[in-house]
Design a protein around this ligand. Structure first.
Ligand code: MEV
Length: 333
């Protein structure tokens, strides 16, 4: 752990990875399991203690949005909403400040890649902030408590979310995640033979989750049956992953994709990429995350990976080169 003392103040840097949802999106919001791998798209949070004071201020420098926000801690604790660029950071500060008395001014800086492709930068920044404050303030929170604190903060901002991305940011690696049974299971798997393709479109996760909720309101039994099928596929995919049976994993991903189509979250550009990957010899492909745009991934045997990449480019996709199975939350020098 690296804690730097600068005069009377202390500074801690922590980082957390993004995520690639493998199986189970949307169904996981309704208590079904999912599979996720952490990806090496790291977001950094630098926290610094200032002077001791009766009226602490919180200052957030969000480098991705290039903004600075300064608020009294009392406002952070009572605000109904936060400025969008710093919402996850301030929600994380609030969740910590509700449990632990903050007696000093606090400065937070966050930075990461300019583009995040919908691969979990909000959950990563939230976890990095909680992890960094944990070390700065000597709170001694366990990984489980860091997960719970960061998940609560994400819910404060997003309203509805399963927390799988928060788990990926805390624990890293590849996880089987089933919150309804309190399971966050790290899976012993190697770097996955996947190609990630970005569709070029971007839609808000909150809107997509809302659209699926509205569909479920209109057809509760049918949609719950689809969620149950997705859960069964996710269970099979967990076993296929552990056996490194990429052909089976690909086949299961195609079935999961069909069910996501039935939820109405596919798009023409994602579909083009998915079909192009299959035609180039991938074992299977599906969208990843909320849908409506962002990323898909293809599973392919090593000799086919290059052909799949070329096919995705030709179909209008952008290849996102990121290692899977990335390490979770860590303190940085
Ligand atoms: C978004 O990446 C995945 C969803 O299942 C939402 C969530 O799990 O919070 C659509």
């Amino acid at each position: 752990m690296q804690v730097t003392e600068t005069g009377s103040s202390m500074r801690v840097t922590a980082s957390a990875p993004g995520k690639l949802m493998l199986f189970g999106e949307h169904a996981v919001v309704y208590g079904r399991p999912c599979l996720v791998t952490a990806v090496d798209l790291r977001i950094f949070a630098v926290t610094e203690n200032g002077s001791r004071t009766d009226t602490p201020y919180v200052t957030v420098h969000a480098s991705v949005a290039d903004t600075v926000i300064r608020m009294p801690l009392t406002d952070v604790l009572t605000a109904e909403t936060y400025p969008r660029e710093a919402a996850f950071v301030l929600a994380a500060v609030r969740r910590i400040a509700e449990r632990f008395r903050l007696e000093r001014d606090l400065t937070l800086r966050t930075h990461g890649p300019q583009r995040s492709f919908g691969l979990g930068s909000s959950s990563a920044v939230t976890v990095a902030v909680v992890g960094s404050l944990n070390a700065l303030l000597g709170l001694d929170l366990s990984p489980r408590e860091i997960f719970q604190t960061a998940y609560a903060a994400v819910l404060d901002v997003q309203g509805k979310a399963s927390g799988f991305d928060v788990a990926a940011a805390v624990y890293g690696g590849t996880l089987y995640y089933d919150l309804s049974r309190e399971i966050i299971e790290p899976l012993a798997v190697p770097e996955l033979p996947v190609v990630i393709g970005f569709s070029g479109e971007k839609v808000s996760t909150v809107n997509l989750v809302g659209a699926v909720a509205a569909l479920r309101d209109r057809h509760p039994e049918r949609i719950d049956t689809i969620f149950d099928l997705i859960a069964a596929l996710t269970q099979d995919a967990r076993d296929a992953l552990l056996r490194q049976d990429w052909a089976l994993l690909g086949e299961l991903s195609q079935m999961n994709q069909g069910l996501l189509d039935s939820l109405g979250v596919n798009t023409l550009s994602l579909a083009r990429l998915i079909f192009a990957a299959q035609a180039a010899g991938a074992c299977g492909a599906k969208l990843s995350g909320a849908g409506g745009g962002d990323c898909m991934f293809a599973i392919a045997d090593a000799p086919k990976l290059e052909a799949v990449r070329a096919a995705l480019r030709a179909a209008g996709g952008e290849i996102v080169t990121l290692a899977t199975n990335a390490p979770g939350l860590r303190l940085e020098p």
